[in-house]
Design a protein around this ligand. Structure first.
Ligand code: URA
Length: 247
């Protein structure tokens, strides 16, 4: 693929802007076998994109046909491109990740499902429409683990009810936690395989308690990376994606 098209596909601007970045000497490419990035000022130079890495204005990037990211969502952020009250989580991503050209039905990199503004923790983002569909479909039962701080002391009865199923006001079919344990007097670890609106908060309210703090700690078998501080993101590896899929 031509270097200008590579940059375009990775969100560095219009084709003309990308050609300009290359011609003005802002781009280097990591050629296999060479440790240092090699300058390339020819916009139409051809590169194999397989495992390609390059540098733009001093920042290293991998070539990614599709982007798969994990973000540690901080509190007080909205999972919306057009937030109403709090800053959008998308402001936490560098501009190329927000500017990647639209793929099929997916408008650039998007959060896989949403967390409430006051929920913290693990959020996946991608521009792979099939991945979004797979992760969001109730048929696939991808477990999501939540660490829940509650207002009133927990007892066995509340945990049992959450496991047996509670009825939420918009659906007569009971929803149940796939796993639920009290890990402290006010702390619950709850695993859900679906993602209804405000589901954790509504389930906890249905057992006469109240969520005071909510953090998503795991999706599938992948835990939120311990070294990812609130507000930080990183690329997901193949191994991460396998863990998310339950392998
Ligand atoms: N359940 C909720 O109530 N809120 C979230 O953000 C996620 C799950």
């Amino acid at each position: 693929m031509q270097l200008q098209d590579i940059l375009y596909s990775q969100g560095f601007g219009t084709r003309r802007v990308c050609a300009g970045l290359v011609q003005q000497g802002h781009v280097q490419v990591y050629v296999p076998g060479e440790a240092a990035a090699q300058p390339c000022a020819e916009a139409a130079a051809d590169f194999d994109t397989d495992a390609l890495r390059f540098r733009v204005q001093g920042v290293d990037w991998p070539y990614a046909e599709k982007a798969y990211l994990v973000l540690n969502k901080p509190t007080g952020t909205e999972c919306s491109q057009k937030p109403s009250t709090y800053p959008s989580i998308y402001t936490l991503l560098p501009s190329p990740l927000r500017m990647r050209p639209q793929k099929a039905a997916v408008q650039g990199v998007q959060a896989v499902g949403r967390l409430d503004q006051d929920t913290t923790g693990m959020l996946l983002l991608t521009d792979d429409g099939k991945f979004i569909h797979r992760m969001s479909s109730p048929r696939h039962h991808v477990p999501k683990v939540y660490e829940v701080r509650v207002k009133h002391p927990l007892d066995e009865r509340q945990v049992r009810k959450l496991l047996d199923g509670v009825v939420l006001e918009d659906d007569p079919k009971p929803v149940r936690a796939a796993a639920c344990e009290a890990v402290g007097e006010f702390d619950l670890r709850l695993t859900l395989t679906e993602g209804k609106y405000h589901q954790v908060k509504r389930m906890v309210a249905a057992v006469s308690n109240r969520v005071e703090g909510l953090h998503r700690s795991q999706i599938g078998n992948l835990a939120l990376p311990a070294n990812l501080a609130p507000g930080q993101w990183r690329w997901l590896t193949e191994a991460d994606l396998a863990l998310i899929a339950g392998k």
